[in-house]
Design a protein around this ligand. Structure first.
Ligand code: AMP
Ligand code: ZN
Length: 134
């Protein structure tokens, strides 16, 4: 756990999140400024800043979880597709320096341009409740 890292604090349960999946390796929760309905972040519980400093064996475990959560989101929301985004470095738009994978649900013809809007906390709470995995 790294000091002053908000995703480490979320993983440790010290900050709240709209959690939908958790196991020993990752935590998945709703992005509070979503690109689309059901936009989820999957983070490893172990801190690394981005892809390049992450442990290879851990990455293998994480991507399998990304797949599992994406499958659940696709089935639950009946979306037509999804984007996986993973930003590294400020120049690439990374704002939180703890490795994370975005799962962004897509609908055919949604014309999404990756401009986020502030999320409605009540709607996010209800959505997280409906998406929570066993
Ligand atoms: P990135 O731009 O790839 O670093 O993405 C960071 C993402 O984390 C952004 O989409 C933010 O909306 C999201 N985010 C920041 N703080 C929180 C939080 N406390 N809970 C959920 N999502 C967050
Ligand atoms: Zn961290």
């Amino acid at each position: 756990m790294k000091n002053n890292c908000i995703f480490c604090a979320i993983a440790a349960g010290e900050l709240p999140s709209f959690k939908i999946y958790e196991d020993d390796v990752v935590l998945a929760f709703l992005d509070i400024n979503p690109f689309s309905n059901g936009h989820v972040l999957v983070i490893p519980k172990n801190h690394s800043e981005g892809l390049l400093d992450a442990d290879d064996a851990l990455l293998s475990d994480v991507i399998v979880r990304v797949k599992k959560v994406a499958m659940h989101i696709k089935e639950s929301l009946s979306c037509d597709g999804f984007n996986i985004l993973q930003n590294n470095g400020e120049a690439a738009g990374q704002t939180v320096k703890h490795l994370h994978f975005h799962i962004v649900p897509r609908l055919a013809g949604d014309d999404l341009r990756f401009v986020s809007a502030k999320g409605d906390m009540e709607k996010l709470a209800a959505l997280a409740e409906s998406l929570r995995m066993a």
